[in-house]
Ligand binder design. Structure first.
Ligand SMILES: NC(=O)c1ccc[n+]([C@@H]2O[C@H](COP(=O)([O-])OP(=O)(O)OC[C@H]3O[C@@H](n4cnc5c(N)ncnc54)[C@H](O)[C@@H]3O)[C@@H](O)[C@H]2O)c1
Length: 355
């Protein structure tokens, strides 16, 4: 068992609190938020409640915390945790900028604490199985990946004004998860080109983006992302991970290699019967791959404990979260300049932070 605290009892923080309460790997020893103690979100907690994360660290003495506060607080709170010798899961994005993320990476390294980033979808059983299929060579040499993330957010979603201005759009909120999943399944991204549009909603922030990737190992990739179109193709609808996003059973990801193809997350592998004849004149057939899904948040806590105890290597390290952020921020940069962004520059800074 690890003693765990949660900082931020908002939408996702409440999910982490419920997970920690139910987890066989953790004991919830405290929650911190700025809400008054009689607020319904914190009034019935089965653990001490603190109005500051520093009080949580000093008084509840957790082994680890989950930081689920607004993005700009991730780094200062994470640095406080590292200086207190406390391991952490930081919600995504790890930071608003690469410099800030690197500051946290440095502190975590100096303090020798575990730093995981909350790209929770890597913990779904389907993601682990897809990774096994790709890494096991069933698709041959990877040639490319194509993703659609298209859904229509409801009008009340935009009542919060920050969702209409820079940083509040689908690139930093949603697409960052797809980029992280592509990095997990296909490999490191070397360069990014992006186009953005705000024609559907007319807000300052984008409602749509089209992105092209060059992966370090040579494959190419694309993502079409929009929160202004009705479709069954989002990973949320393909996983059915939340009742808020009803299951559609469709596959927004296609990964193709010289020997076959994979649809994800409703796993389906396509291949020719005879591996010696894999050309377009031969019939190609698919077989479903059965996986029993698991709660990714429960798995995330189990994994955190295993990493702290030295039994597993991090599935989403701080470096991973920062590299995912770099590829995501590059979309905006490319859309602004009209040129592809080579990520070697960011990768060198990130490596230097943990050298
Ligand atoms: N992994 C995912 O899929 C996922 C999903 C949703 C949100 N997130 C991330 O989680 C974070 C929180 O998002 P949310 O939607 O839960 O936001 P939210 O606004 O619902 O919750 C944030 C909480 O932080 C609290 N807070 C603010 N300042 C604080 C402080 N100084 N000390 C302690 N608590 C403080 C607020 O009172 C609020 O309860 C964001 O970084 C977001 O990107 C990740």
């Amino acid at each position: 068992m690890i003693r765990i605290g949660v900082v931020g009892a908002g939408m996702i923080g409440r999910r982490h609190i419920a997970t920690a309460i139910a987890s066989p790997d953790a004991e919830l020893v405290g929650v911190a938020d700025t809400l008054p103690a009689d607020d319904p979100a914190v009034a019935s907690l089965p653990c001490p409640y603190f109005r500051s994360h520093r009080d949580l660290l000093a008084q509840a003495k957790p082994d680890a915390v989950v930081i689920a506060t607004p993005n700009r607080m991730h780094v200062p709170m994470g640095i406080d945790c590292a200086r207190a010798g406390v391991h952490m899961i930081v919600e995504k994005p790890i930071a608003d900028t690469i410099d800030d993320a690197c500051a946290l990476l440095r502190e975590a390294k100096r303090a020798n604490v575990v730093l995981l980033v909350g790209h929770h979808r890597r913990y779904h059983a389907q993601a682990a199985e897809a990774k096994r299929i790709v890494a096991g060579g069933r698709l041959g040499t990877l040639v490319g990946a194509s993703v659609v993330w298209a859904t229509r957010k409801p009008e009340p979603y935009f009542e919060a004004t920050w969702r209409k201005s820079a940083g509040g759009g689908p690139i930093l909120i949603n697409l960052i998860h797809e980029i992280d999943m592509l990095r997990f399944l296909v490999g490191e991204i070397a360069s990014v080109s992006g186009l953005t549009a705000s024609a559907q909603r007319g807000f300052e922030v984008e409602d749509s983006a089209a992105v092209m990737f060059r992966f370090a190992a040579g494959a190419l990739g694309t993502i079409l992302c929009t929160d202004a179109a009705a479709s069954p193709w989002t990973i949320e609808q393909g996983l059915g991970e939340s009742p808020s996003f009803p299951y559609a059973g469709e596959n927004p990801y296609r990964i193709v290699g010289t020997q076959g193809a994979l649809e994800f997350p409703v796993l389906r592998v396509w291949s020719h019967r005879d591996a010696a004849h894999t050309n377009w004149n031969e019939p190609i057939a698919s077989s479903p791959v059965k996986t029993l899904d698991r709660d990714p948040y429960v798995e995330q806590i189990r994994h955190l404990r295993a990493v702290i105890e030295g039994r597993e290597a991090p599935i989403v390290s701080g470096v991973d979260g920062t590299r995912t952020l770099a590829a995501t921020l590059a979309i905006h940069e490319s859309a602004r300049t009209g040129a592809p962004v080579d990520l070697a520059r960011d990768h060198a800074r990130i490596e230097a932070a943990v050298a």
